[in-house]
Design a protein around this ligand. Structure first.
Ligand code: HPA
Length: 278
């Protein structure tokens, strides 16, 4: 989506929610969309009502955004995202987060289900993303740059803000929710990785593998907003796990982690609003 289309989508959000601005955006990953249902008084806007917006094609990924007033500000929560493996061009993959930043979000929290490469991770672990490996060769900023969105060559140092990670760590400590940290490697999917690819990721310094998040993080940085990434490790990655991988397993583990994930996000969002205000 180009600048004018993003502006139009942000305009519909403002009109439909009656909120001139949103402070924080949250993208819910596979199996994690139920969090949207916990938001008090949330206003739902189906993606089909947003002109030019991509609508998810994978069953179980949802397809609406929710606007909720929380302590300290308002949040825009995306229940369902589209993926590169569905065949969408990357400008559509990042349309949601770009629209959120257009609608005022200064912080974007990206969540996902991921495979654990680091042997210290177990299914059910929540992991704060510290950095990424882009192993697809694709980038959402390829093509003509629109300077109104951001610079041609954005720097990706501290992309997953250390300040915000420290804040999440403090919330995790208070709630006694264990948070690990790791580097997320993006591979296109939709096939899961081969065991040899997982060995490669491990030697390259990757701790997690997944099929999302990285293009969105790059687009958010391009527009000058802050990024936080949280992975739910749903399975041990191929070859580390002794059993074949399945999407059902991913959804099942995500379901089991719902309470922990909800407690963390419920406390974290208002803190992020306070952090974003400074
Ligand atoms: N690989 C890639 N994506 C994933 C995985 C995985 O093992 N688990 C959940 N999403």
């Amino acid at each position: 989506m180009n600048y004018e289309e993003l502006q139009a989508a942000a305009g519909v959000i403002i009109e439909r929610t009656g909120r001139e601005s949103h402070d924080v955006a949250l993208v819910l990953g596979s199996g994690l969309s139920d969090f949207a249902g916990t938001l008090p008084g949330a206003i739902e806007v189906p993606y089909t009502d947003l002109p030019g917006f991509p609508v998810p094609r994978v069953v179980g990924h949802g397809g609406s955004l929710f606007s909720a007033e929380l302590e300290g500000g308002s949040a825009l929560v995306f229940a369902g995202r589209v993926h590169y493996y569905e065949g969408w061009p990357l400008d559509k993959v990042v349309a949601g987060v770009r629209t959120a930043v257009m609608a005022g979000a200064r912080i974007v929290v990206l969540t996902n289900a991921a495979g654990g490469v680091n042997p210290a991770f177990a299914p059910g672990d929540l992991v704060l993303i510290t950095d990424h490996l882009n192993l697809t060769g694709a980038n959402p900023l390829m093509g003509t740059n629109d300077d109104r969105l951001g610079t041609r060559f954005p720097d990706l140092t501290d992309l997953y803000s250390a300040d915000l990670r420290a804040l999440a760590g403090a919330v995790g400590d208070e709630l006694k929710v264990d948070l690990k940290e790791g580097v997320y490697a993006w591979l296109s999917g939709p096939s899961y990785e081969s065991p040899a690819e997982i060995q490669m990721v491990s030697r390259m310094g990757g701790d997690l593998v997944g099929m999302s998040t990285v293009p969105e993080a790059i687009a958010v940085r391009h527009m000058g907003a802050k990024v936080m990434g949280i992975s739910l490790c749903t399975n041990l990655a191929a070859g580390i796990s002794s059993t074949p991988l399945s999407h059902d397993e991913v959804k099942e583990v995500a379901g089991l982690a719902h309470d922990k994930f909800t407690r963390l996000l419920t406390e974290l969002l208002p803190r992020l609003m306070a952090a974003g205000a400074t």
